[in-house]
Design a protein around this ligand. Structure first.
Ligand SMILES: [Zn+2]
Length: 325
């Protein structure tokens, strides 16, 4: 089962958070703020479980309340999200939920109100919430998570205990992925792609990993201008994946550059990309990275993807020509 310890690297406050909920001395509202995929929602769920758990080691994950929370069926856990098809959390929804705050609990314990994407509350909904936060009912706790604090009214932020979440470094991401049961051969590559966001690393699909390897292999097999058309033809019609292809290639080059700089072994790169990193020195890798930034701009200005790809591949062949050994 998930555990507060898995998030200890996130913030020095995680341990204290756990004890507050274990001892039932939590404050009335917490706000977890930080990038996508850093564990904010998981920690919020652990807080809710700990508050309601009837086991010895809270949260035990096996008692009735814990299981109902994991199944999303606990009557005292209220989750507020935009209605189907809507982008915002409306004031009507907020009022509906807050009515529950005045009603007794079903299981004689704590009521938890979870707002996992707090930035979706419109201003009216936030103002309504604010009134409740100013006069909190006993035995209720609000757990809000947000990516950008600026999306919330300062008065709402100041009424909550703020805990900031940070992207993890590669080592931390990898150990989190291992703890979550990701197979060892995928741990490193997923950590690289997600750049510190475990949620994102878990969401990386198999086909993206396959595409990444294929791109690295194809792009770095371009040794001269004559090799370019084959590779371009292969990708020029990937309409929906143009951005992804550039993102993945940029991330591949990032790893190649770290290898060129002698900072890291290129363990997740296929052989052609390793050959490139071994043959072309750091300055070539940096020039290639510049070219990818340029390619992004071209794509934004609606330059045909074929031409965008060509500029990147020409740069690769130029670097190989410049550094023939
Ligand atoms: Zn439990």
């Amino acid at each position: 089962m998930d555990d507060f310890r898995n998030y200890a690297g996130q913030s020095v406050h995680i341990g204290r958070l756990h004890s507050e909920f274990m001892e039932g001395v939590f404050t009335h509202a917490y706000l977890f703020a930080g990038p996508v995929g850093t564990g904010k929602k998981s920690v919020a769920r652990l807080c809710a479980m700990t508050a309601m758990c009837r086991g010895e080691q809270k949260p035990c994950g096996v008692c009735g309340p814990c299981r109902r929370i994991l199944a999303g069926t606990h009557p005292d856990l209220h989750v507020l999200a935009p209605a189907a098809g809507k982008r915002e959390i409306s004031v009507g929804q907020m009022r509906e939920m807050l009515k529950e705050a005045d009603v007794h609990t079903f299981e004689d314990g704590v009521k938890v109100f979870l707002i996992p994407e707090a930035e979706k509350m419109n201003a009216a909904a936030q103002n309504t919430l604010l009134k409740t936060l100013e006069e909190p009912a006993p035995n209720t706790v609000f757990l809000l998570t947000v990516v950008h604090l600026s999306a919330l009214l300062p008065t709402v932020v100041s009424r909550c205990r703020l805990i900031r979440f940070h992207p993890l470094n590669d080592e931390e991401t990898m150990s989190r992925l291992r703890a979550l049961g990701v197979p060892e051969d995928q741990v490193k590559i997923r950590a690289q792609i997600a750049e510190g966001c475990v949620g994102q690393a878990l969401a990386v699909e198999e086909k993206v990993i396959t595409l990444r390897n294929e791109i690295a292999d194809q792009f770095f097999s371009v040794r001269s201008l004559a090799d370019i058309p084959d590779v371009v033809n292969r990708y020029k019609d990937s309409r929906d994946e143009r951005q992804l292809i550039l993102d993945l290639f940029e991330e591949i080059v990032r790893e190649a550059v770290l290898a060129q700089a002698g900072r890291q072994e290129p363990v997740t790169l296929p052989q052609t990309a390793r050959n490139y990193a071994g043959q072309v020195p750091l300055e070539g890798g940096l020039a290639l990275r510049e070219q990818i930034l340029e390619a992004r701009k071209m794509l934004q200005s609606n330059v045909a993807f074929q031409s965008v790809l060509e500029t990147v591949l020409i740069k690769i062949s130029e670097e190989y020509t410049r550094w023939p050994w």
